[in-house]
Design a protein around this ligand. Structure first.
Ligand code: COA
Length: 127
């Protein structure tokens, strides 16, 4: 039995070694009003494996999974310092809809965070 049915984990391998992952979270079952939406969290690629397409691959796999689950929109948020992630998501068609000026504390400094969404019907599902 899955201990967290609203959460799915996708991993990516490079040369057979797990080097990246991301999670898809859904609203709890009693939140019917947001049953169509998912949240993409915890995307991470090991530093040695970066720049080789693994991050894009893991995010695309999350999107495909979300479509298969019938979700319509994916949401995510990230810190202003996560520039590589911003490039990744913006290249994949995520739209920034807002900025929280007091979002996170990093090394003793308060920094902004950005909120994004992507409508999954914006592009056709992969074959
Ligand atoms: C963000 C992260 C997952 C990207 O993983 P990756 O495997 O290196 O990314 P990819 O090689 O698939 O690159 C895909 C796209 O991301 C963008 N990107 C990747 N690294 C980048 C960088 N250093 N600067 C700017 N854009 C970058 C580019 O648009 C790139 O497309 P391109 O190669 O056609 O230019 C990785 O850098 C990471 O784990 N960072 C730390 C954790 C983090 O910020 N997670 C996001 C939290 S939601």
């Amino acid at each position: 039995m899955c201990s967290s049915p609203e959460r799915r984990l996708v991993v990516g391998r490079l040369d057979g070694i797990i080097a990246g992952s991301a999670q898809l979270s859904r609203a709890p079952r009693n939140n019917e009003a947001q049953a169509f939406a998912g949240t993409l969290t915890s995307a991470f690629v090991a530093p040695w494996a970066r720049g080789r397409g693994l991050g894009r691959g893991v995010v695309r796999e999350i999107e495909q999974l979300a479509r298969e689950l019938g979700l319509v929109v994916l949401n995510l948020d990230l810190r202003d310092t996560q520039r590589a992630a911003m490039g990744l998501y913006e290249n994949l068609g995520y739209r920034r809809w807002g900025t929280h000026p007091v979002y996170a504390e990093v090394e003793g400094r308060i920094i902004p965070g950005h909120y994004y969404y992507k409508l999954l019907e914006d592009e056709p599902a992969a074959p």
